[in-house]
Design a protein around this ligand. Structure first.
Ligand code: ADP
Length: 218
């Protein structure tokens, strides 16, 4: 059976999730207390309903309990976001993802039983900061507090050398998991693969090791 999603709060973040899920052919129930927002999503989501998600009866009547994954994307109103999450947890929703505004909000969401807490603004800020620091960093994704995946352009010192020749894992403690060459992606590079100009390496490792790798090789 097709997976069903609900997105509560159709601001920039929730709206974009709703749009993308719908574009991918998913069944999406869109909920917002603002009529204008709902009108905007009537033709995008499978169902778009005006309602205050802090009201348990509203969520019950919408059959939220049977939805596979509920995303709470209420922005500035932290109180409404927390209250909505409490109701969803109490109703026993299978999977609840909530957008946090700040670290305090995230901590509370975690404590009250949200299954997944996301920080889109903070994460995007970090990604952009990393790409600003170095012209060679194309993208950055945090895996944990001290591990990341980065996409870096192959530096001059790497061109014409193989992964084993550079001995990246032994020397820097990080692993090259893929090499992008234009539109082609080599997802299982061998130690013998030689790096060429304009190659982009996808590297995973501890932040301190990645930083050393960047300083010395990129
Ligand atoms: P963003 O920063 O992602 O743009 P906003 O704060 O602008 O987020 O948007 C959040 C959305 O959540 C708004 O459209 C608002 O109407 C909706 N919203 C806020 N509180 C509730 C609530 N209690 N029930 C349903 N929708 C809500």
């Amino acid at each position: 059976m097709k997976k069903e999603f609900a997105v509560i709060g159709l601001g920039r973040f929730g709206g974009s999730i709703c749009q993308e899920l719908s574009r991918e052919g998913m069944e999406v129930l869109a909920i917002d207390k603002n009529e204008e927002r709902i009108n905007e999503f009537k033709n995008i989501a499978s169902h778009a309903v005006i309602g205050d998600s802090t009201d348990e009866t509203v969520l019950k009547e919408l059959g939220i309990k049977n939805i596979d994954h509920v995303i709470v994307a209420i922005g500035d109103n932290i109180q409404a976001s927390i209250l909505t999450t409490v109701v969803l947890v109490e109703l026993g929703v299978n999977k609840i993802t909530v957008k946090a505004q700040n670290d305090y909000h995230a901590k509370i969401l975690d404590k009250i039983g949200a299954h997944h807490v996301v920080h889109p603004e903070r994460d995007m800020g970090r990604r952009i900061a990393h790409s600003i620091i170095s012209n060679n960093i194309v993208d950055y994704l945090e895996l944990s507090d001290d591990h990341s995946i980065v996409e870096v352009k192959a530096g001059k010192k790497m061109i014409g050398k193989s992964i084993i020749g550079l001995d990246i894992r032994a020397n820097y403690g990080c692993t090259v998991v893929a090499i992008k060459q234009g539109k082609h992606i080599n997802v299982s590079p061998t130690p013998e693969d030689t790096l060429r100009e304009d190659d982009i390496l996808v590297v995973v490792g501890a932040d301190k090791d990645i930083a050393r790798f960047e300083r010395q090789l990129v």
